[in-house]
Design a binder for this molecule. Structure first.
Ligand code: NAD
Ligand code: MG
Length: 392
């Protein structure tokens, strides 16, 4: 039996890499549904190649345009409009696995729908788990879903951990997330106020969506990943450590109580964790080049500099604060990154806006999807208002 897939965010960096792996294994995977925000032409090409039952666009005008083109090309795909349709394709009874590759809190509702429907949930959309926290994890438990990490660090930890989660608490001392350090690892922190969105998006090893590229430059991506690791592996905040490893060959590590460390290595290519999640516990070819140890010059490690990357520490701070604080941090950061990309605030003001918003919003212990979305919306409104005070 082929695995039937829904890919949420199929036109993005993770979405297109997923389809690349899927196309290598037509005997194993079948695309049931795709979704995107605005990229109609790329979605049309994906529908022509993979012939899904459904394609979902985020807005009515984009859905109408796609439907017209689908008709002109005599394709069998039915076009639907988000947001309700995202829940439908994420929880549809004919779907086996859902790749969650939408960026931001916009992906939370369909992730919860997939979790409640007991799907195999391949999670790239880290913001959904950062916002959802305990609500997300209880939906996974109650729905009987299988949650598999796609973020390369979390895939590495998952692959390095013992198979039985019941043994983790007594065997694991801590996990070590590796971080590339982004494009500004060597730059004088005093000059960070002048960087442009283009400079910040130029990641040394990966071509990714613009939001995660900015997060990598500020290290807020690693902050979100610390929070993601807390939920995925049920760790205490101080069991999660970060080390800079610019070559991105070691994708993360687990240190056990006897001081033994297990790491997962490979070339930096997102098709590796994607193929791992798709096939787990089997292994399938991913298209990634194998690692050549003879060609490897050196693997180096550095401490993350708190002056250069002040946002990193907000993760531990938010995890120790009242429940819901991580959702506030995420919403503040989404507003800040969008404002920086739109050149409304400076690069160094991303952190300032995150701190100001955390100080201004009371998290109110959200215990349902509705409460999380309300907190997310309330935080965005506060962050937007605070941002206007930043503009001179
Ligand atoms: P991207 O910007 O390249 O793609 C995002 C996708 O989501 C696109 O298909 C877009 O159309 C869709 N989308 C955006 N906003 C939407 C909305 N409001 N409603 C519905 N659809 C929407 O981003 P990406 O780099 O592929 O990242 C996706 C997720 O995976 C992020 O959460 C990111 O943190 C995570 N991730 C990415 C990488 C990577 O290498 N790119 C690695 C690890 C984790
Ligand atoms: Mg990552």
């Amino acid at each position: 039996m082929k695995q039937r897939l829904t890919i949420l965010g199929s036109t993005g960096s993770i979405g297109t890499n997923t389809l690349d792996v899927v196309a290598r294994h037509p005997d194993r995977y079948e695309v049931f549904a795709l979704s995107a925000a605005t990229q109609v032409d790329l979605m049309l090409a994906q529908c022509a190649q993979f012939r899904p039952h459904y394609a979902v666009m985020a807005s009515a005008p984009h859905a109408e345009l796609l439907a017209e083109k689908i008709k002109q090309n005599s394709l069998p795909t039915q076009v639907l409009k988000a947001p309700d349709a995202l829940d439908v394709i994420a929880s549809h009874e004919q779907v086996d696995a859902v790749m969650a590759a939408i960026v931001g809190a916009a992906g939370l509702a369909p992730c919860l729908a997939a979790a409640r429907a007991g799907k195999r949930l391949l999670l790239a959309n880290k913001e959904a788990l950062v916002v959802g926290g305990e609500v997300f994890m209880s939906a996974v438990r109650e729905g009987g879903a299988t949650l598999l990490p796609i973020d390369s660090e979390h895939s590495a930890i998952f692959q390095s951990l013992p198979e039985d989660p019941a043994t983790w608490a007594r065997r694991v001392q801590h996990v070590l997330l590796t971080a590339s350090g982004g494009p500004f690892r060597m730059r004088d922190p005093a000059t960070l106020r002048d960087v442009t969105p283009e400079q910040a998006c130029a990641h040394p090893n990966f071509s990714m969506g613009r939001k995660i590229s900015i997060d990598s430059a500020t290290m807020m991506n690693k902050a979100l990943e610390v929070i993601e690791a807390r939920w995925l592996f049920d760790l205490a905040p101080d069991q999660i450590k970060v080390v800079i490893h610019p070559q991105q060959i070691i994708h993360s590590m687990v240190q056990f109580v006897d001081a033994s460390i297990i790491a997962q290595l490979g070339t930096p290519d997102m098709r590796v964790p994607i193929a791992c999640g798709l096939a787990w516990p089997e292994r399938v070819e991913s298209g990634a080049a194998p690692l050549d140890f003879v060609q490897l010059a050196a693997l180096t490690f550095e401490e993350a500099d708190a002056a250069r990357f002040p946002g990193l520490h907000l993760s531990w701070q938010a995890l120790r604060a009242a429940p819901g604080t991580t959702a506030v941090l995420n919403a503040a950061n989404e507003v800040a990154v969008e404002a920086f990309l739109g050149q409304r605030i400076r690069f160094d003001q991303i952190h300032a806006l995150n701190c100001a918003t955390l100080a201004a919003v009371e998290p109110s212990n959200p215990d349902s999807l509705g409460a999380l979305l309300e907190l997310d919306a309330r935080t965005r409104a506060v962050a937007t208002q605070l941002m206007h005070g930043f503009v001179d």
